[in-house]
Design a protein around this ligand. Structure first.
Ligand code: DP6
Length: 388
């Protein structure tokens, strides 16, 4: 007779970017980073873990496919949660020796490149911690799966402290403010089509760390000040300040990719058109109303306050028309607004060809990982995936 627990965990989108490691194995970053955690009701990873004396090996099913547990990052997470549980004395030693079955899925396309590893590892580690009754902070364990995953362990606005200890004990995430602190904060994720073969974050940041002079400047002079300033802006709910720092930091992250040798580029022409559009909109408003940020891919995450959403969505739909308008938006409901043709006429960007933006996800800041208590596990009593 085994035990099963199920957890859902959020994605997070950084406003101060993590880029560059000081330790590849322990996934220790060169700089602090800051992110907002996004609502699990719109985008989430869901993970069930089971432990039973009958299981003969550790097994994982990822998005319906059986995968090897020999992946070093997975093994590091499992080993560390067990070690923590042993140190805390939270469960019986015998229970810790049982093998585990893990089944995990995302409710959004992994191919869209939307921080799926962050949600996935935060979910796995939180589920294992629950199974083994670990009570202390597990962000430093989620970090071993994927650096950015440590920020998905908390809701609201989160800071990952780079730390300085070579062991990584002080490289943890803490909450800056809860999800209710700035209830008007919203995110529109613009999924941009991309056929290019992508440079993985892990590989890209290695090249940058080894070759970019600009990265040194960024870490020493830009990130510390921006981190302090954006924390203040979040606490004061100062949107223009928050937005300006967010955009500058995204731009600098992409600049260090270009400063790497050989250089690599994540932004496409469509990404640049989105950047131009947002600056143009802010200029017309004479106030910074919307911020863009881009991770290691061409998709934009636009942060704005709720009152701007109908206008911005209308503008996006007009400038980037879709040949399937009913499927263009998902997530929270949007009330369509009448945008004065005045604004549309003044924008520096003209209507583009169809389907350059594949679809849009509308979401908000949300809470950290939560237990699924309704019994909707992804594994049955035998520890096999339940096919939906
Ligand atoms: C651009 O966390 O995916 O999204 O630690 O090597 O797994 P690894 O990298 P990962 O990198 C995320 C980079 C980023 C910026 C960010 O989320 O801060």
């Amino acid at each position: 007779m085994g035990y099963t627990v199920t957890v859902v965990a959020p994605v997070n989108i950084a406003v101060i970017k993590y880029w560059g490691k000081r330790d590849e194995e322990l996934i220790l970053p060169l700089n602090d980073s800051v992110s907002a955690t996004l609502d699990t009701s719109v985008m989430c990873a869901k993970t069930s873990v089971s432990a039973a004396p009958e299981f003969t090996e550790d097994v994982i099913w990822l998005n319906g496919k059986k995968e090897s547990f020999s992946n070093k990052r997975l093994q590091n997470c499992l080993r560390e949660v067990k070690e923590r549980a042993a140190a805390e004395g939270s469960v019986d030693k015998n229970f810790l020796s049982w093998k585990v079955h893990v089944c995990s899925e995302n409710n959004f396309p992994t191919a869209a490149g939307l921080a799926s590893s962050a949600a996935g590892y935060a979910c796995l580690v939180t589920a294992l911690a629950k199974l083994y009754k670990v009570k202390t902070d597990v962000s430093s364990i989620a970090r071993l799966g994927s650096g950015s995953a440590c920020r998905s362990v908390y809701g609201g606005f989160v800071r990952w402290h780079a730390g300085s200890d070579p062991s990584g004990v002080d490289s943890i995430a803490t909450q800056i403010a809860s999800s209710t602190h700035w209830p008007e904060m919203r995110a529109l994720i613009l999924v941009v089509g991309d056929s290019k073969k992508k440079m993985s974050s892990t590989k890209g940041m290695k090249i940058t760390t080894e070759t970019s002079e600009l990265l040194k400047h960024r870490i020493k002079h830009c990130v510390p000040e921006r981190t302090t300033e954006i924390t203040k802006a979040i606490l004061a709910r100062d949107f223009p300040k928050f937005a300006e720092i967010t955009m500058k930091d995204s731009n600098q992250f992409h600049a260090v990719c270009l400063d790497s040798y050989p250089p690599f580029v994540y932004l496409t022409e469509v990404s640049h058109t989105i950047i131009e559009l947002i600056h143009s909109y802010n200029e017309i408003c004479r106030e910074t109303k919307v911020a863009y940020t881009f991770d290691a891919g061409p998709n934009a995450c636009l942060y704005m306050l709720e009152s701007e959403v109908p206008k911005i969505f209308k503008i996006i739909k007009t400038i980037f028309p879709s040949s399937n308008p009913t499927k263009f938006i998902s997530g929270l409901p949007i009330n369509d607004a009448d945008v004065s043709t005045d604004i549309l006429g003044k924008l520096a960007v003209r209507t583009q060809e169809h389907d350059l933006i594949k679809y849009v996800i509308y979401t908000k800041v949300g809470e950290g990982p939560t237990d699924v208590l309704d019994g909707s596990h992804l594994l049955n009593e035998l520890g096999e995936p339940i096919n939906e």
